[in-house]
Design a protein around this ligand. Structure first.
Ligand code: AMP
Length: 226
């Protein structure tokens, strides 16, 4: 092979290092927990899963790989499709702790598939599909959010609470500052919608957030009934 041939070959190999590998690096995870009362109390409809009304507890929305700059990777591996046979032992726990609320009413596989394909496939360098769902479930248990809030006198009773009070209560429970996200009910009151807790790249330990999401919460917000 002549000098030109070698050059082209090296160029192709160099490119291959960057181009042919699925993007799998990230800096940390957000464990995103959702208050079902807020998801359902908007102008958009919600539907209970086929197994019935979920418990009045925070549910998992997702475990999202994120960059410390604030952006995130998504849909990293089209070849790794959601495979329900890999999580059959987790389904009853997922129905309880990761309930779907989208319409039409369904079992939840659509939501879990969406979360795996959009976010989970970006963490394949550290966990497979079973570990992705298992880690999220374990982290939700460890966060024990509702108990922590009610222990501080913060209850889902349609009352208004200080954002600082909510943040401090959770910080007291998990040891790190969470991100709090609000949405608006049909009367345009801001309400507690989602809580973001930061997790290390192994997907097992809480950490201080490298960056907090923009939460759109005012200083006083409603904790809606469910
Ligand atoms: P994501 O695409 O992971 O950033 O999350 C946003 C998507 O998740 C939106 O399409 C939401 O409608 C959907 N979503 C959020 N919470 C739920 C839920 N509890 N059940 C079903 N879909 C949900």
């Amino acid at each position: 092979m002549g000098a030109k041939g070698w050059f082209v070959l090296k160029l192709l190999m160099f490119q291959g290092l960057f181009v042919s590998r699925p993007q799998e690096d990230f800096d940390f995870f957000y464990l995103v927990l959702q208050w079902p009362g807020a998801y359902c109390d908007t102008t958009r409809a919600c539907c209970y899963p086929t197994s019935g009304k979920p418990a009045a507890d925070f549910g998992i929305h997702g475990l999202w790989p994120n960059y410390k700059g604030g952006s995130w990777p998504s849909n990293c591996d089209p070849d790794s499709q959601f495979d329900r046979s890999q999580i059959s032992d987790l389904v009853s726990s997922l129905k309880k702790n990761w309930p779907t609320l989208s319409c039409p009413s369904n079992e939840g596989f659509k939501f879990w598939e969406h979360e795996w394909e959009k976010h989970g496939t970006c963490s394949e360098s550290v966990m497979d599909q079973h570990e992705y769902f298992e880690n999220a479930l374990k982290l939700k248990g460890k966060a024990n959010l509702l108990q922590t809030l009610t222990n501080s006198g913060i209850n889902p009773d349609d009352g208004f609470y200080d954002l600082k009070e909510i943040t401090n209560a959770i910080e007291g429970g998990i040891g790190f500052t969470p991100g709090i996200e609000c949405n608006k009910d049909p009367e345009r009151n801001y309400q507690l919608h989602q809580i973001y807790i930061c997790v290390d790249t192994s997907g097992t330990e809480f950490i201080e957030c490298p960056v907090l999401p923009r939460g759109r919460c005012p200083s006083k917000l409603q904790f809606s009934k469910f």
